[in-house]
Design a protein around this ligand. Structure first.
Ligand code: PLP
Length: 391
């Protein structure tokens, strides 16, 4: 069965051109970039090129790019560094809708005596900037807020947040988890208020296991991993050379294609949204009134289980994802939808479609064709759903 892959916020296909770029560096050019000999030097040159390409996509300087193993590592490195830079400060600010890479870390910090403020969002997933304004004080070491939400695609006004942090904080550092934003919307670090930014290769058509921490020049930093001089002493460990080279190529492609591809992706997402709303009663878009990524559609169907929808879609070859996490028998709705106050009956029936430049209009047609009868069938099977259909 050919897959119709609409789970690109979970991970993306490695672009063939990215794969070709990394291929020579497995078996042929396998030198260690730190080696003195010419063989390592060739790899070092290619890593320099990759660093330039990543920097160009972000509007950053190559020296500001630190390669890591993933978005999660970059997030952890940023927050932990700030706490080491400000050993006397006990306050951290984040949002209720962050990815667990930030949220779990912050909740662990709160168990260790830190004061953690989790900013609220409204029903559309938007932050209240006044809440941030009130929260930042001279004890705040770092504010970490995501650029775009992985479940709903809702985009935060990062530069406005950064301006508040700079105005109200006393040297408070500002970090953004831009794992879902990079390659989907234009970012420019040259004119940004962001001190540190995380990104992850496998969300933009590079392989898994490579990430970046953007570290603004002059921002104080304490490394998460020590024990080697790599990355100018900011991240020890022999480089993931093939991953870095792949990410460089993926960033070059993203910079080249972002504008036209995103227009096409957004048109497909919007058509999918309109057609599903027109064909399926009692469906609503999570975050629909907020600014969103062009590729993401989180849609809630009342009185059905997201997991059941996903299984039936999967039988048709369609890959999407659920807005809720299934934990040991109890179906817990996602923390993001809960923070938005999405009613329980909707949160449970929420699914996420996330598109990429590899999707086609035929993919969208298939979902529009297959999903309405699946929802109808599931509603007929559930006692609540039947009652609801009879209303
Ligand atoms: N942050 C966000 C917003 C994400 O969506 C993800 C992955 O889903 C991560 C962080 C973690 O990135 P990685 O899988 O590279 O550790």
């Amino acid at each position: 069965m050919n897959e119709i892959y609409m789970d690109n916020n979970a991970t993306t296909k490695v672009d063939e051109a990215v794969f070709e770029e990394m291929r020579p560096y497995f078996c042929g050019l396998y030198g260690n970039p730190s080696s003195m000999h010419f063989f390592g030097g060739q790899v070092q040159k290619k890593i320099d090129e990759a660093r330039n390409r990543v920097a160009a996509l972000l509007g950053a300087s190559p020296d500001e790019i630190v390669f890591t193993a993933c978005g999660t590592e970059s997030d952890n490195a940023a927050v932990r560094s700030a706490l080491e830079i400000f050993p006397d400060r006990r306050h951290v600010i984040t949002t209720r809708v962050e990815h667990p890479a930030v949220l779990t870390l912050c909740r662990n910090l709160s168990k260790r005596g830190y004061r953690v403020t989790e900013l609220n969002v409204d029903g559309e997933g938007r932050l209240d900037l006044d809440e941030l304004r009130r929260a930042v004080d001279e004890d705040t070491a770092i504010v970490s807020a995501m650029w775009a939400n992985n479940e709903t695609g809702v985009v935060f006004p990062i530069e406005e947040l950064g301006a508040i942090v700079k105005e109200k904080g006393k040297g408070t550092l500002f970090h953004t988890d831009a794992v879902q934003a990079v390659g989907k919307i234009p970012l420019n670090m040259a004119t940004s208020t962001v001190d540190m930014l995380s990104l992850s290769g496998h969300k933009l058509h590079a392989p898994k296991g490579i990430g970046v921490l953007y570290l603004r020049k002059g921002v104080p930093f304490r490394p998460f991993l020590v024990g080697g001089h790599q990355e100018k002493n900011r991240r020890a460990g022999t480089e993931n050379t093939v991953g870095i080279i792949a990410l460089g190529k993926a960033c070059e492609l993203a910079a080249r294609h972002m504008e036209d591809e995103n227009t096409r992706v957004k048109a497909m997402r919007d058509r999918l949204q309109q057609e599903l709303l027109a064909r399926i009663p009692h469906a609503r878009i999570n975050g629909g009134a907020a600014e969103r990524l062009p590729n993401t559609l989180s849609i809630a169907f009342e009185y059905v289980e997201g997991e059941a929808i996903l299984m039936l879609l999967s039988e048709k070859g369609i890959c999407a994802s659920s807005g809720s996490a299934c934990t040991s028998g109890s179906l817990e709705p996602s923390h993001v939808l809960r923070a938005m106050g999405v009613p329980f009956t909707c949160a449970h029936g929420s699914i996420r479609f996330s598109l990429s430049r590899f999707n086609t209009d035929q993919d969208v047609d298939a979902v529009i064709r297959e999903l309405p009868p699946i929802i109808q069938r599931l509603r007929e099977m559930s006692p609540f759903g039947r009652e609801f259909l009879n209303r």
